[in-house]
Design a protein around this ligand. Structure first.
Ligand code: SAM
Length: 163
């Protein structure tokens, strides 16, 4: 499979999983967390569907396309290893949906970071809340859900806090 195929599968899967998670959590009133702004593509999709006033963006350095750059008050600037624990104090376990796309090209490093960040994401989720991630995560109490139609195995992962 070419890198182009892998990229397309990732984009298609992100959209399918984000749309699924937003529909599944529509009855929850808490915020949406975008973990990793990057270019801002998935942020743009999230704000279009969930409203910019509900999407908090966690990023260590904002370098997104100006057309998809959040307002400064919606950016939680810094390393998620510091900002996620602080967000638990600020928001409590209220997050409706967290989209985690923090990885780069090194799959081994991504896996190491996923192990590290999973226990920081897990406690911010509301009951019924969902995490969509580009890497396999290591949660202790969240349930992994089957991928929705249109998503490609291994390109996205979905987890839910069921109780
Ligand atoms: C793959 S990009 C996100 C792409 C984005 N979903 C999009 O659609 O454009 C990953 C982003 O995560 C950010 N990131 C990686 N590790 C981080 C960390 N420890 N704390 C905060 N941001 C981090 C990087 O700076 C980068 O902008």
């Amino acid at each position: 499979m070419s890198r182009l195929d892998i990229f397309i599968n990732r984009m298609v899967s992100q959209r399918a999983c984000i749309d699924f998670a937003l529909a599944e959590t529509a009855r929850l009133s808490g915020p949406v967390f975008e973990l990793g702004l990057g270019n801002g593509r998935t942020y743009d999709h999230l704000r279009e569907k969930a409203g910019a006033e509900n999407v908090f963006v966690f990023e260590r350095a904002v370098e997104s396309n100006p057309a998809s750059t959040p307002d400064p008050e919606m950016v939680v600037l810094g390393d998620v290893r510091d900002t996620l624990p602080k967000s638990l104090e600020r928001f409590g376990p209220t997050v409706r949906f967290a989209h985690a796309d923090l990885g780069g090209h090194n799959l081994e490093k991504n896996d190491t970071f996923a192990r590290l960040v999973s226990p920081l994401i897990e406690p911010v989720l509301a009951v019924g809340g969902i995490v969509v991630s580009s890497d396999k995560m290591y949660f202790s109490a969240l349930k992994e859900l089957p991928l929705p139609e249109g998503a490609v195995d291994g390109r996205c992962f979905i987890y839910q806090r069921v109780s």
